[in-house]
Design a protein around this ligand. Sequence first.
Ligand code: NAP
Length: 352
Amino acid sequence: MHAPHPARYDVSATGLPYRHVGKSGLKLPAISLGLWQNFGHSTRYADQRDIVLSAFDRGVTHFDLANNYGPPQGSAESSFGSLLATDLAAYRDELVISTKAGYYMWPGPYGEGGSKKYLRASLDQSLQRLGVDYVDIFYSHRFDPSTPIEETLDALKYALESGKALYAGISSYSAQRTTQALQHAERIGLPLLIHQPSYSMLNRWIEESAEDEESLLAVCERNGLGVIGFSPLAQGLLTEKYLQGTAPAHSRAAANGSFKQEYLSAENIQALQGLKEIAESRGQSLPQLAISWALRNSVVSSVVIGARTRAQLHENLDAARQLTFSSDELARIDAVCIDGGLNLWASRSSDL
Ligand code: NAP
């Protein structure tokens, strides 16, 4: 059993505040830890354990998972389940555990998408891997154009009514799809808690709006829906390792997976160099600037980061110590930021 740090909820010591999620009563740490990469069976369990427990010791109460996180798919939930059964067994009530279903999980017509058949079975499988009776947040991981949005929302309602999830969320839905989801949710009495979109200094799609339409951020704010931005470091691009335009060994870029080589474009590297100067003028590192910036607006309840090492985790959590920006700093950042072509999830967010 882990003996967690006694000062883990002392915000003056950890620097990590808790924010209400939209208009709900639930609070999340401003920085949450995601287990998409670095927490599958291909990573040493001891390293995963070290990062998760270090995060908990610093007040991180929210751990973000999905059915398919690994590799292999499902293994991040199994690893986290092992921690819940051992080190964290006494602390379930101090944790917010999120999971999702939407991407490919198993063969055949029922292992992917937004149908009730898939979401219900996937949630049961997630609970089994995690070894818990309920998750705190269950998400539709992406909008599925081949399933009526009403059916997906009905599946989320079932998750809540069956006691298998406490809160429901959607991820990467466009502003228009989010509006539709909110309308149906209201009709069926489903309280939607949270939206999880990608968001970083070089990927600001949630702030943008077509003429006569609201941005996703505005839709969420107006409806009291919390926002938790994922990949605030643009998968590690917004760190200091890529400033020379090359991919160091052991970086995500070198792994040739979800980090595309085109992200290391001359324009993006130039933006990183400009942002690094602004970070220095604030006494922050580049990743700290990126995380603080994503949290500058209180509509964003939390950001969900990834960390491959304990040092990365601590550096990133220290970003929460400095969340305010002067208007001059924001203007300098806007002048440097470009759309870096980093929204890997864009096709999921379009109005298909
Ligand atoms: P991220 O925070 O943008 O990137 C994390 C990666 O950046 C790390 O794994 C590490 O990679 C590098 N890094 C982190 N801190 C660093 C530092 N201080 N210095 C240098 N490098 C650093 O987040 P992400 O991992 O892409 O995503 C975070 C979470 O968001 C996921 O775990 C998941 O929970 C969630 N997510 C959700 C969706 C969705 O569809 N809803 C999609 C994607 C992610 P290397 O060291 O290996 O380079």
